[in-house]
Design a binder for this molecule. Structure first.
Ligand code: ADP
Ligand code: MG
Length: 207
């Protein structure tokens, strides 16, 4: 449970910005947690805007929707820089699926926070091969608050930090649901990778 350092804006306090990152594997509850924080900000009568990359149209063009069907209205953007203009006048900016933006998202989030906006970024910290994903590692470095959430491993029931791709595609970006990905813990992820490609796992074990 994340308790906001400051939910409302008291008139006697100067406006302060900061960055929160919510990261983890697929199905770990990132979007759920993002929606929860944004709804609380709305209750505090904050002006809230939510952005997502235009390429993520899995469930709905305009809504951010979690796997348990929670949703919140959002604005799809092609480039991270668009957020700077569109977010003027906001107290709180939410960004979902942040891993799909390029590195410029780090500068965009920093600028928003510097001008007094609370920025909440949710995204996959690792891709389906277990490598850090897009701008997420740098965002985690510059954020004031980082929350790593976990899914449940579908193989053994332990906490899962990996998104295992069951579909055959090797594209870095493959939008999908439970038909394409499974949440897995480290041993079950490695087991699956070994079955897929024994050589790649031997090489990864050396690092
Ligand atoms: P994320 O944005 O991290 O992909 P969501 O917030 O959209 O995740 O969805 C989280 C929800 O996904 C959970 O509340 C649960 O209902 C569902 N879910 C499906 N598979 C799993 C799993 N393996 N572990 C945990 N939750 C799962
Ligand atoms: Mg999500």
């Amino acid at each position: 449970m994340f308790i906001e350092p400051r939910v409302g804006t008291s008139r006697d306090l100067p406006r302060r910005g900061w960055i929160e990152v919510v990261c983890g594997s697929m199905f770990s509850g990132k979007t759920e947690e993002l929606i929860r924080r944004l709804n609380r900000a709305k209750i505090a009568r904050q002006r809230v805007e939510i952005f997502k990359p235009a390429l993520d149209k899995r469930y709905h063009e305009l809504d951010v929707v979690s796997h348990n069907a929670n949703s919140i209205r959002s604005t799809p953007v092609a480039l991270a820089q668009e957020i700077l203009l569109l977010a003027s006048g906001c107290d709180v900016v939410g960004i979902d699926e942040a891993q799909f933006f390029d590195e410029s998202l780090v500068e965009v989030c920093s600028q928003l926070a510097n001008r007094g906006t609370r920025v909440i970024v949710a995204g996959l910290d690792m891709d389906y091969t277990g490598k850090p994903f897009g701008p997420m590692p740098a965002l985690m470095a510059v954020a004031e608050f980082v929350t790593k959430v976990h899914a449940v491993c579908v193989c053994c029931g332990e906490l899962a930090a990996y998104s295992f791709r069951i579909a055959a595609s090797e594209d870095k970006i493959l939008l999908g649901e439970t038909d394409s990905y499974e949440a897995r813990c480290r041993p079950c992820f490695l087991e699956g990778m070994k079955e897929k490609n024994p050589e790649s796992v031997r090489a990864a074990a050396k690092h």
